[in-house]
Ligand binder design. Structure first.
Ligand code: GLU
Length: 431
């Protein structure tokens, strides 16, 4: 018989996103001397849902899928956060991403907590009809674990307005006729025309661009002529690039799930986007750029680097090759703790994910308010409101870094955690 105590747990081969978010949290908690009881609460998630559910495929076979929803904390309001469809989705990824949402919504000053979830799936392997049945069945299985005043999903990696429309329709169909229309805000990121917000599609990428613009203004730097690279050419990467190009910055490298391309003379964002649409969503083969080794992507000569794909991309293995002087984290958790240490030693500035990509959830908040109040907002008023909210967060973070002689991530985490700490101290713990 094996004595449990003497058996060492196998060490995971790679640092996970959960290790990173916990380390980031504990570092900020130490800096602000967080109340120990609040630290205990925030170190762990409130609720974790794992659902295995069957779906009939187009060929008549039944396949079993695994879906997750992790609700980290709701001290400030209903749980909020996206659903991603990706093979890397598992319980630890959902935990980490849910925690980041809690800090993100708190920093943005929204009345929300944090959650995240998704399905462990490669959506490119399924037809649109299959994806619809998978989404609807997962929504049905989640049941009352989501809800417009309880937990509000949104798009994330490989999910979009169409996915949200299926979720809203399925959730609303489970309600009595008179209750149905009151439940439209169970998800945000819906198509415009079906309760969606004008401009929600660009909110995250526009926000990434704005935080870069605020940083440039603060440092008296002109973005015109600055070279930038983008990892991930989905919703976030494309829109961030679209707005940077308008400022006169030059896109010199792009990586997507299929490979990388570069052109020192500049790549047209619109031409590359149109090419990828006509090429099954892949940038490979774009005639106005050369293919580039994806493993070396971050070493492309540039001023600004926008990782806008998945987590753990800049690590101790490649941080020393980064050429940019500014990293704007469009993705959640793209820089791991070890990679970040190297970047900081090299004097590279990081606009942290919970600030940089918070335009998305701010847009979601506007959509939620719009639905809740039966209003329809106009694009120009939405983009103006988004800019105002993001500027407030950005200035708070920058002021904190100056007052406390710290980096932007520690500042952002500290502000976010202090707001939640205050809520707990004021309201106490039941019973
Ligand atoms: N998935 C986005 C994020 O990571 C948006 C979340 C939301 O709008 O709820 O911030």
């Amino acid at each position: 018989m094996i004595n449990e105590q003497t058996v060492e747990k196998p060490k995971p081969l790679k640092r996970g996103m959960l290790d990173n978010v916990l380390e980031q949290f504990n570092h900020a908690a130490d800096v602000i001397n967080l109340n120990p009881n609040v630290r205990k609460i925030l170190s762990i998630t409130n609720t974790e849902i794992i659902i295995n559910f069957p779906v009939r495929m187009d060929n008549g076979d039944v396949e079993i899928f695994t879906g997750y929803r992790v609700q980290h904390n709701n001290a400030l309001g209903p749980y909020k956060g996206g659903l991603r469809y990706h093979p890397t989705v598992d319980i630890d990824a959902a935990r980490a991403l849910a925690m980041w949402m809690t800090w993100k919504t708190s920093l943005a000053g929204l009345p929300y907590g944090g959650a995240k979830g998704g399905i462990q799936i490669d959506p490119s392997k399924y037809s649109k009809n299959e994806l619809e049945r998978i989404t609807r069945r997962f929504t049905y299985a989640l049941g009352e674990n989501i809800g417009p005043e309880h937990d509000i999903p949104a798009p994330d990696v490989n999910t979009n307005a169409q996915t949200m429309a299926w979720i809203a329709d399925t959730y609303m169909s489970t309600k009595s006729t008179s209750e149905r229309s009151k439940n439209q805000h169970v998800v945000t990121g819906k198509p415009t025309g079906s309760g969606g917000l004008e401009g929600r599609d660009r909110a995250t990428g526009y926000g990434v661009f704005l935080t870069i613009k605020f940083w440039a203004e603060k440092n008296n730097i002109s973005l015109a002529g600055k070279k930038y690279i983008v990892q991930g050419f989905g919703n976030v990467g494309y829109w961030a690039s679209h707005f940077l190009e308008i400022e006169g910055a030059k896109l010199v490298g792009v990586q997507d799930a299929f490979g990388s391309v570069q052109n020192k003379e500049g790549i047209s964002t619109e031409d590359l986007f149109n090419y990828s649409i006509s090429n099954n969503g892949s940038i490979l083969g774009f005639p106005e750029a050369e293919p580039f080794d994806s493993k070396e992507f971050f070493s492309i000569d540039c001023d600004i680097c926008i990782p806008a794909a998945l987590g753990n991309q800049i690590t101790k293995h490649n941080a020393h090759t980064v050429k940019a002087t500014l990293i704007a984290e469009g993705a959640n958790g793209p820089t791991d703790v070890e990679g970040e240490k190297i970047l900081m030693e090299r004097g590279i500035t990081i606009i942290p994910d919970i600030l940089c990509n918070s335009g998305g959830v701010i847009g979601s908040y506007f959509e939620w308010l719009q639905n809740r109040n039966g209003e329809l907002w106009q694009m120009d008023e939405i983009l103006e409101k988004l800019e105002k909210k993001l500027r407030t967060s950005f200035e708070k973070v920058v002021n904190y870094t100056e007052e406390n002689k710290t980096d932007m991530r520690t500042a952002a985490f500290s502000i976010a955690i202090e707001r939640i700490e205050k809520a707990y101290i004021l309201r106490g713990i039941f019973p």
